[in-house]
Design a protein around this ligand. Structure first.
Ligand SMILES: C[S@@+](CC[C@H](N)C(=O)[O-])C[C@H]1O[C@@H](n2cnc3c(N)ncnc32)[C@H](O)[C@@H]1O
Length: 346
């Protein structure tokens, strides 16, 4: 073999080696890149992209993951924190295998209803296999879409380890608040530790968002990986002012629902409250005047003189006076009613 042939052979072997190591490097880099991307998608729960992968993971493995321990004691602790009266309508968004609905509905004296919403059919199937009482309903739905519930349907809405994983959480929050009654309670998780590096929404974020809807926030230690934020409308604090005779606050939600239902029967399409969800919050003890929170975002209130006819009324009825906020009502309605009542005392 002459020198030229030898040199050619060596060059060929070296080129083959270079080509092989280039291919190997390329494969290794791609694998590392893919693993990092998957890790990022999983760590952020698909919030930025990769939602389909996360959905597949939840749907495929979620039921096993969340059926492991139902953590009844935690949900009971939550029921205690929320001071449930027992007649509440509760919604749990991202309910997984319905641990929270099942535990809350099983509380002694609970006469209300808990709805669990989740996107994964397999999670919901696993929840159903656990046996549900009539006080629990499961709904398959995507929290990124308008929720399939009427406005102001729920007294309590929980959304744990779910909102922080979804894109546009502000829009989802708005939709959740739409379905909450004005005096309702919201419960969200606030991730702690390493989770804050990925998908978490900060306390400041919740504060900014929820304050703009009139909520007061309370932060409660709950689990190793997250605390909970309990949001309650400032309306409730304001309602703590002294009610003067003849006005009284409505503390029984069943009674409030009866007033709400009667109002919606009586208003015709020409009435100013037509199509507006209004919630009864106080009543006059000596006649049929009811104070309704009309539009929680703009803080408007209305006093409606219900006719109790159970049907649509003629134009101008039920007679209604609007107030710009609760202070306006306090000064221009409650105090005046009180004054005239006292002046009529013998
Ligand atoms: C981390 S788990 C929540 C566990 C549950 N809240 C608990 O505390 O036991 C997240 C749940 O949200 C559901 N989910 C994810 N994206 C969703 C969406 N867009 N709409 C409704 N549910 C969704 C998943 O299927 C999963 O069951």
């Amino acid at each position: 073999m002459d020198v030229a042939t030898k040199f050619h052979d060596i060059t060929t072997i070296t080129n083959d080696k270079n080509e092989n190591s280039f291919v190997t490097d390329w494969i290794i880099s791609s694998l590392v890149f893919l693993s990092l991307m998957t890790l990022f998608v999983v760590a952020t729960d698909g919030r930025y992209f990769g939602k389909r992968l996360i959905f597949w993971i939840y749907d495929r493995f979620g039921a096993a993951m969340y059926s492991g321990s139902s953590e009844d004691a935690r949900w009971q602790q939550l029921a205690g924190l929320l001071d449930l009266q027992g007649d509440e309508r509760i919604l749990d968004v991202g309910t997984a295998v319905a641990n929270l609905p099942i535990t809350l509905a099983a509380q002694p004296n609970f006469q209300g209803h808990v709805t669990g919403l989740d996107w994964s059919p397999k999670m919901l199937a696993a929840a159903r296999r656990r046996g549900l009482s009539r006080q629990v309903t499961l709904v398959r739905g995507d929290a990124r879409r308008p929720l399939p519930f009427a406005s102001q349907s729920f007294n309590v809405i929980t959304c744990l380890e779910t909102l922080e994983t979804l894109p546009h959480p502000d829009q989802i929050l708005r939709e959740i608040i739409r379905t909450l009654r004005p005096d309702g309670i919201l419960v969200f998780s606030l991730y702690k530790g390493v989770l804050t590096l990925t998908a978490a929404l900060s306390f400041d974020w919740y504060q900014k968002q929820l304050r703009s809807y009139g909520f007061n926030l309370q932060l409660v230690q709950f689990r190793q990986n997250y605390d909970i934020i309990i949001g309650q409308r400032i309306l409730n604090d304001k309602m703590n002012f002294d009610f003067l005779e003849p006005w009284k606050p409505i503390s029984n939600s069943e009674k409030a629902r009866r007033y709400d239902a009667e109002l919606s029967k009586e208003v015709s399409s020409r009435h100013i409250l037509y199509g507006i969800n209004s919630q009864a919050i106080a009543y006059r003890v000596d006649n049929d005047d009811i104070l309704f929170a009309v539009d929680v975002e703009s803080h408007q209130y209305a006093v409606v003189h219900l006719t109790w006819s159970g049907q649509e009324e003629a134009a101008g009825f039920p007679h209604t006076t609007l107030y710009t906020d609760l202070n306006d009502w306090e000064d221009n309605c409650m105090k005046k009613d009180h004054k005239s009542l006292i002046s009529n005392y013998p």
